[in-house]
Design a protein around this ligand. Structure first.
Ligand code: ATP
Ligand code: MG
Length: 356
Protein backbone atom coordinates (compact mmCIF):
# COMPACT_ATOMS: atom_id res chain seq x y z
CA UNK A 1 0.00 0.00 0.00
CA UNK A 2 1.20 3.48 -0.83
CA UNK A 3 2.25 5.58 2.19
CA UNK A 4 1.70 9.32 2.05
CA UNK A 5 4.54 11.29 3.63
CA UNK A 6 4.31 15.05 4.24
CA UNK A 7 7.75 16.65 3.91
CA UNK A 8 8.28 19.97 5.70
CA UNK A 9 11.93 20.98 5.16
CA UNK A 10 11.59 24.37 6.91
CA UNK A 11 14.61 26.64 7.21
CA UNK A 12 18.40 26.59 7.33
CA UNK A 13 19.95 23.13 7.34
CA UNK A 14 16.41 21.68 7.55
CA UNK A 15 16.28 21.79 3.75
CA UNK A 16 19.68 20.15 3.32
CA UNK A 17 19.11 17.28 5.70
CA UNK A 18 15.60 16.72 4.30
CA UNK A 19 17.08 16.16 0.84
CA UNK A 20 19.28 13.48 2.38
CA UNK A 21 16.33 11.79 4.09
CA UNK A 22 14.36 11.66 0.84
CA UNK A 23 17.33 10.06 -0.95
CA UNK A 24 17.42 7.34 1.69
CA UNK A 25 13.66 6.78 1.51
CA UNK A 26 13.87 6.41 -2.26
CA UNK A 27 16.55 3.77 -1.80
CA UNK A 28 14.28 1.95 0.67
CA UNK A 29 11.44 2.06 -1.88
CA UNK A 30 13.68 0.42 -4.43
CA UNK A 31 15.14 -2.30 -2.19
CA UNK A 32 11.93 -3.26 -0.43
CA UNK A 33 9.36 -2.60 -3.18
CA UNK A 34 7.42 0.00 -1.18
CA UNK A 35 5.62 3.00 -2.61
CA UNK A 36 6.03 6.32 -0.84
CA UNK A 37 4.09 9.35 -1.99
CA UNK A 38 6.00 12.53 -1.10
CA UNK A 39 4.30 15.90 -0.74
CA UNK A 40 6.18 19.08 0.17
CA UNK A 41 4.75 21.76 2.47
CA UNK A 42 5.91 25.12 3.78
CA UNK A 43 6.50 25.89 7.45
CA UNK A 44 8.49 28.37 9.53
CA UNK A 45 10.45 31.26 8.06
CA UNK A 46 10.09 30.01 4.50
CA UNK A 47 6.30 30.01 4.91
CA UNK A 48 6.35 33.49 6.49
CA UNK A 49 8.27 34.85 3.52
CA UNK A 50 6.01 33.26 0.92
CA UNK A 51 2.61 33.15 2.58
CA UNK A 52 2.82 35.46 5.57
CA UNK A 53 2.09 32.67 8.05
CA UNK A 54 4.43 30.30 9.95
CA UNK A 55 1.91 27.47 9.47
CA UNK A 56 -0.30 27.99 6.40
CA UNK A 57 -3.69 26.23 6.44
CA UNK A 58 -2.77 24.20 3.37
CA UNK A 59 0.31 22.79 5.11
CA UNK A 60 -1.77 21.74 8.08
CA UNK A 61 -4.40 20.20 5.80
CA UNK A 62 -1.77 18.29 3.83
CA UNK A 63 -0.30 16.90 7.07
CA UNK A 64 -3.75 15.78 8.22
CA UNK A 65 -4.20 13.86 4.96
CA UNK A 66 -0.82 12.11 5.25
CA UNK A 67 0.25 8.91 6.97
CA UNK A 68 3.28 10.56 8.60
CA UNK A 69 5.06 13.92 8.72
CA UNK A 70 8.81 14.51 8.36
CA UNK A 71 10.14 17.89 9.46
CA UNK A 72 13.58 19.49 9.01
CA UNK A 73 13.83 22.50 11.30
CA UNK A 74 12.52 26.03 11.55
CA UNK A 75 13.95 29.41 12.49
CA UNK A 76 16.87 31.71 11.83
CA UNK A 77 18.18 35.20 12.56
CA UNK A 78 16.32 36.63 9.57
CA UNK A 79 13.03 36.44 11.50
CA UNK A 80 14.32 37.21 15.02
CA UNK A 81 12.84 40.70 15.02
CA UNK A 82 9.42 39.60 13.74
CA UNK A 83 6.36 40.14 15.96
CA UNK A 84 5.55 37.03 17.97
CA UNK A 85 2.78 35.69 15.68
CA UNK A 86 5.22 35.82 12.75
CA UNK A 87 8.01 33.82 14.37
CA UNK A 88 9.07 30.60 12.60
CA UNK A 89 8.95 28.63 15.89
CA UNK A 90 5.25 29.51 16.20
CA UNK A 91 4.63 27.35 13.13
CA UNK A 92 6.13 24.27 14.73
CA UNK A 93 4.43 24.89 18.08
CA UNK A 94 1.09 25.30 16.30
CA UNK A 95 1.63 22.09 14.32
CA UNK A 96 2.41 20.12 17.49
CA UNK A 97 -0.72 21.50 19.13
CA UNK A 98 -2.99 21.01 16.10
CA UNK A 99 -1.91 17.40 15.58
CA UNK A 100 -1.81 16.81 19.37
CA UNK A 101 1.75 15.48 19.20
CA UNK A 102 2.15 15.14 22.95
CA UNK A 103 4.91 12.56 23.30
CA UNK A 104 8.35 13.46 22.05
CA UNK A 105 10.68 10.44 22.08
CA UNK A 106 14.38 11.20 21.93
CA UNK A 107 16.65 8.16 22.01
CA UNK A 108 20.22 8.83 23.10
CA UNK A 109 22.61 6.07 22.17
CA UNK A 110 26.37 6.37 21.87
CA UNK A 111 28.15 4.78 18.91
CA UNK A 112 31.37 2.94 19.76
CA UNK A 113 33.38 4.46 16.93
CA UNK A 114 32.37 8.01 17.94
CA UNK A 115 33.21 7.78 21.64
CA UNK A 116 36.27 9.95 21.13
CA UNK A 117 34.14 12.68 19.52
CA UNK A 118 32.30 13.25 22.80
CA UNK A 119 33.76 15.94 25.05
CA UNK A 120 33.38 13.43 27.90
CA UNK A 121 35.80 10.66 28.70
CA UNK A 122 35.23 7.36 26.93
CA UNK A 123 34.41 5.41 30.12
CA UNK A 124 31.57 7.82 30.93
CA UNK A 125 29.78 7.52 27.60
CA UNK A 126 30.51 3.98 26.51
CA UNK A 127 27.31 1.91 26.43
CA UNK A 128 24.98 4.85 27.07
CA UNK A 129 21.48 3.95 25.85
CA UNK A 130 18.46 5.80 27.16
CA UNK A 131 15.31 7.50 25.94
CA UNK A 132 14.12 10.98 26.87
CA UNK A 133 10.33 11.26 26.78
CA UNK A 134 9.45 14.94 26.66
CA UNK A 135 5.91 16.28 27.07
CA UNK A 136 5.31 18.44 24.02
CA UNK A 137 1.92 20.15 24.08
CA UNK A 138 1.73 21.81 27.50
CA UNK A 139 3.77 23.71 30.06
CA UNK A 140 5.45 27.08 29.62
CA UNK A 141 5.35 26.86 25.84
CA UNK A 142 1.59 27.16 25.65
CA UNK A 143 0.44 28.62 29.00
CA UNK A 144 -1.59 31.83 28.96
CA UNK A 145 -1.02 34.61 29.83
CA UNK A 146 2.38 35.03 28.26
CA UNK A 147 2.94 38.74 27.88
CA UNK A 148 4.72 41.94 28.84
CA UNK A 149 2.94 44.69 30.71
CA UNK A 150 3.64 48.25 31.76
CA UNK A 151 1.72 49.69 34.68
CA UNK A 152 2.57 52.95 36.42
CA UNK A 153 5.92 52.95 34.66
CA UNK A 154 6.82 49.46 35.92
CA UNK A 155 7.64 46.85 33.28
CA UNK A 156 6.59 43.31 34.11
CA UNK A 157 6.50 40.04 32.21
CA UNK A 158 4.65 36.78 32.77
CA UNK A 159 4.84 33.26 31.35
CA UNK A 160 2.47 30.60 32.61
CA UNK A 161 3.21 26.96 33.34
CA UNK A 162 -0.09 25.19 32.85
CA UNK A 163 -0.89 21.46 32.78
CA UNK A 164 -3.97 19.33 33.00
CA UNK A 165 -3.60 16.22 35.12
CA UNK A 166 -4.62 14.06 32.13
CA UNK A 167 -1.78 15.49 30.09
CA UNK A 168 0.69 14.40 32.76
CA UNK A 169 -0.89 11.00 33.04
CA UNK A 170 -0.77 10.14 29.33
CA UNK A 171 2.88 11.10 28.88
CA UNK A 172 4.03 9.31 32.05
CA UNK A 173 2.06 6.24 31.06
CA UNK A 174 3.72 6.28 27.65
CA UNK A 175 7.12 6.36 29.38
CA UNK A 176 6.26 3.32 31.49
CA UNK A 177 5.09 1.42 28.42
CA UNK A 178 8.39 2.17 26.71
CA UNK A 179 10.36 1.10 29.78
CA UNK A 180 8.60 -2.25 29.78
CA UNK A 181 10.28 -3.08 26.47
CA UNK A 182 13.63 -1.73 27.66
CA UNK A 183 15.48 -1.92 30.97
CA UNK A 184 12.36 -1.41 33.08
CA UNK A 185 13.35 1.80 34.79
CA UNK A 186 11.66 5.22 34.61
CA UNK A 187 13.33 8.36 35.93
CA UNK A 188 10.73 11.08 36.37
CA UNK A 189 12.35 14.51 36.33
CA UNK A 190 10.73 17.51 38.05
CA UNK A 191 11.37 20.43 40.40
CA UNK A 192 9.03 19.31 43.15
CA UNK A 193 10.89 21.25 45.84
CA UNK A 194 9.81 24.52 44.19
CA UNK A 195 6.99 24.09 41.67
CA UNK A 196 3.37 23.14 42.33
CA UNK A 197 3.13 21.65 38.84
CA UNK A 198 6.04 19.38 39.70
CA UNK A 199 4.36 18.23 42.90
CA UNK A 200 1.33 17.16 40.89
CA UNK A 201 3.66 15.54 38.34
CA UNK A 202 5.22 13.46 41.13
CA UNK A 203 1.81 12.34 42.44
CA UNK A 204 0.74 11.29 38.98
CA UNK A 205 4.00 9.40 38.43
CA UNK A 206 3.43 7.49 41.70
CA UNK A 207 -0.09 6.64 40.63
CA UNK A 208 0.87 5.47 37.14
CA UNK A 209 3.72 3.40 38.60
CA UNK A 210 1.19 1.24 40.48
CA UNK A 211 -0.08 -0.04 37.13
CA UNK A 212 3.43 -1.16 36.16
CA UNK A 213 4.75 -3.22 39.07
CA UNK A 214 7.58 -4.61 36.93
CA UNK A 215 9.00 -1.12 36.23
CA UNK A 216 11.09 0.77 38.77
CA UNK A 217 10.25 4.46 39.31
CA UNK A 218 12.88 6.97 40.39
CA UNK A 219 12.20 10.68 41.03
CA UNK A 220 14.94 13.16 40.26
CA UNK A 221 15.10 16.94 40.55
CA UNK A 222 15.94 18.58 37.25
CA UNK A 223 19.12 20.26 38.50
CA UNK A 224 20.38 16.93 39.76
CA UNK A 225 19.38 15.30 36.48
CA UNK A 226 21.46 17.85 34.56
CA UNK A 227 24.46 16.84 36.61
CA UNK A 228 23.75 13.09 36.47
CA UNK A 229 23.55 13.17 32.67
CA UNK A 230 27.22 14.11 32.63
CA UNK A 231 28.39 12.28 35.71
CA UNK A 232 26.66 8.93 35.33
CA UNK A 233 24.53 8.73 32.16
CA UNK A 234 24.60 4.94 32.14
CA UNK A 235 22.13 4.80 35.04
CA UNK A 236 19.26 5.97 32.81
CA UNK A 237 16.76 3.93 30.85
CA UNK A 238 13.67 6.11 30.26
CA UNK A 239 13.63 9.73 31.43
CA UNK A 240 10.19 11.37 31.42
CA UNK A 241 9.69 15.06 31.97
CA UNK A 242 7.67 18.16 31.11
CA UNK A 243 8.16 20.30 28.03
CA UNK A 244 10.82 22.82 29.03
CA UNK A 245 12.95 20.47 31.16
CA UNK A 246 12.89 17.95 28.31
CA UNK A 247 14.04 20.54 25.80
CA UNK A 248 17.02 21.54 27.91
CA UNK A 249 18.06 18.05 29.02
CA UNK A 250 17.95 16.62 25.51
CA UNK A 251 20.31 19.24 24.06
CA UNK A 252 22.62 18.44 26.95
CA UNK A 253 22.28 14.70 26.39
CA UNK A 254 23.08 15.05 22.70
CA UNK A 255 26.68 15.86 23.56
CA UNK A 256 27.12 12.37 25.03
CA UNK A 257 26.88 11.13 21.45
CA UNK A 258 29.34 13.77 20.22
CA UNK A 259 27.00 16.10 18.30
CA UNK A 260 23.52 17.55 18.22
CA UNK A 261 23.54 16.36 14.62
CA UNK A 262 23.18 12.73 15.80
CA UNK A 263 19.86 12.77 17.64
CA UNK A 264 16.55 11.82 15.98
CA UNK A 265 13.11 12.22 17.51
CA UNK A 266 9.55 11.05 17.11
CA UNK A 267 6.55 13.12 18.20
CA UNK A 268 3.60 10.82 18.74
CA UNK A 269 -0.11 11.59 18.97
CA UNK A 270 -3.04 9.48 20.06
CA UNK A 271 -4.59 9.74 16.59
CA UNK A 272 -1.96 7.66 14.79
CA UNK A 273 -0.57 10.58 12.78
CA UNK A 274 2.98 11.16 14.02
CA UNK A 275 5.79 13.60 13.22
CA UNK A 276 9.51 12.87 13.00
CA UNK A 277 12.28 15.46 13.18
CA UNK A 278 15.90 15.83 14.25
CA UNK A 279 16.48 17.24 17.74
CA UNK A 280 18.73 19.98 16.36
CA UNK A 281 17.57 23.33 15.03
CA UNK A 282 18.16 25.14 11.75
CA UNK A 283 21.86 25.83 12.57
CA UNK A 284 22.07 29.20 10.77
CA UNK A 285 25.84 29.28 11.37
CA UNK A 286 26.41 26.44 8.89
CA UNK A 287 23.27 26.65 6.69
CA UNK A 288 23.76 26.51 2.93
CA UNK A 289 27.28 25.10 3.17
CA UNK A 290 26.55 21.40 2.66
CA UNK A 291 28.24 20.77 6.01
CA UNK A 292 25.39 19.69 8.27
CA UNK A 293 25.32 16.21 9.73
CA UNK A 294 22.33 14.44 8.11
CA UNK A 295 22.36 11.52 10.58
CA UNK A 296 19.73 12.91 13.00
CA UNK A 297 17.30 13.46 10.11
CA UNK A 298 18.02 10.07 8.55
CA UNK A 299 17.59 8.27 11.88
CA UNK A 300 14.30 10.17 12.28
CA UNK A 301 13.08 8.57 9.04
CA UNK A 302 14.05 5.18 10.48
CA UNK A 303 11.88 5.98 13.50
CA UNK A 304 9.06 6.87 11.09
CA UNK A 305 9.35 3.54 9.28
CA UNK A 306 9.31 1.69 12.61
CA UNK A 307 6.54 3.55 14.50
CA UNK A 308 4.21 4.71 11.74
CA UNK A 309 4.59 2.02 9.09
CA UNK A 310 5.67 -1.00 11.16
CA UNK A 311 8.65 -1.49 8.81
CA UNK A 312 11.05 -2.81 11.42
CA UNK A 313 13.45 -4.49 9.01
CA UNK A 314 13.74 -1.35 6.88
CA UNK A 315 14.32 0.84 9.96
CA UNK A 316 17.09 -1.45 11.13
CA UNK A 317 18.65 -1.44 7.67
CA UNK A 318 18.95 2.35 7.83
CA UNK A 319 20.33 2.29 11.37
CA UNK A 320 22.89 -0.34 10.41
CA UNK A 321 23.92 1.60 7.30
CA UNK A 322 24.48 4.74 9.38
CA UNK A 323 26.50 2.80 11.92
CA UNK A 324 28.56 1.14 9.21
CA UNK A 325 29.46 4.50 7.63
CA UNK A 326 30.38 6.08 10.98
CA UNK A 327 32.38 3.01 12.00
CA UNK A 328 34.41 3.27 8.82
CA UNK A 329 35.55 6.73 9.89
CA UNK A 330 33.37 8.77 7.55
CA UNK A 331 31.77 11.77 9.24
CA UNK A 332 30.72 15.38 8.82
CA UNK A 333 32.65 18.34 10.25
CA UNK A 334 30.82 18.34 13.61
CA UNK A 335 32.41 14.96 14.41
CA UNK A 336 35.83 15.04 12.80
CA UNK A 337 38.94 15.48 14.89
CA UNK A 338 41.96 17.60 14.08
CA UNK A 339 43.57 16.67 10.78
CA UNK A 340 40.66 14.52 9.56
CA UNK A 341 38.97 15.48 6.32
CA UNK A 342 35.22 15.94 6.84
CA UNK A 343 32.57 14.57 4.48
CA UNK A 344 29.97 17.00 3.14
CA UNK A 345 26.27 16.42 3.84
CA UNK A 346 25.65 15.08 0.36
CA UNK A 347 28.75 12.88 0.40
CA UNK A 348 27.74 11.31 3.69
CA UNK A 349 24.22 10.67 2.36
CA UNK A 350 25.75 8.92 -0.67
CA UNK A 351 27.86 6.75 1.65
CA UNK A 352 24.82 5.79 3.72
CA UNK A 353 22.88 4.99 0.57
CA UNK A 354 25.69 2.79 -0.68
CA UNK A 355 25.84 1.00 2.67
CA UNK A 356 22.12 0.23 2.47
P1 ATP B 1 16.56 25.62 18.13
O1 ATP B 1 16.33 26.90 18.84
O2 ATP B 1 15.87 25.54 16.80
O3 ATP B 1 16.39 24.40 18.98
P2 ATP B 1 19.31 25.61 18.76
O4 ATP B 1 19.51 26.95 19.37
O5 ATP B 1 19.18 24.45 19.66
O6 ATP B 1 18.10 25.67 17.73
P3 ATP B 1 20.82 24.56 16.58
O7 ATP B 1 20.31 25.23 15.37
O8 ATP B 1 20.36 23.18 16.80
O9 ATP B 1 20.54 25.46 17.82
O10 ATP B 1 22.38 24.60 16.57
C1 ATP B 1 23.20 24.58 17.73
C2 ATP B 1 24.64 24.31 17.33
O11 ATP B 1 24.77 22.96 16.89
C3 ATP B 1 25.10 25.17 16.16
O12 ATP B 1 26.43 25.57 16.32
C4 ATP B 1 24.95 24.27 14.97
O13 ATP B 1 25.85 24.55 13.93
C5 ATP B 1 25.21 22.88 15.55
N1 ATP B 1 24.40 21.88 14.83
C6 ATP B 1 23.08 21.68 14.96
N2 ATP B 1 22.66 20.72 14.14
C7 ATP B 1 23.72 20.29 13.45
C8 ATP B 1 23.92 19.31 12.42
N3 ATP B 1 22.92 18.57 11.94
N4 ATP B 1 25.17 19.16 11.95
C9 ATP B 1 26.18 19.88 12.42
N5 ATP B 1 26.07 20.82 13.37
C10 ATP B 1 24.86 21.04 13.90
MG1 MG C 1 17.37 23.58 20.78
Amino acid sequence: MEKKIALLPGDGIGKEVMDGAVEILKAIEEHYYHRFHFQYGMIGGAAIDEMNSPLPQETLQMCRESDAVLLGSVGGPKWDKNPSHLRPEKGLLALRKELDLYANLRPVETVESLLDSSPLKREYVEGVDFMIVRELTGGLYFGKPSERNVKNGEHTVVDTLFYKRDEMERIIERAFQLAQDRKKKVTSVDKANVLESSRMWREVAEEVAMKFPDVELQHMLVDHAAMALIHNPKQFDVIVTENMFGDILSDEASMLTGSLGMLPSASLSATGLHLYEPVHGSAPDIAGEDKANPVAMILSTAMMLRHSFKMEEEAEAIENAVKHVLDSGKRTADLTRKGEKPFSTSELVEEIKAAL
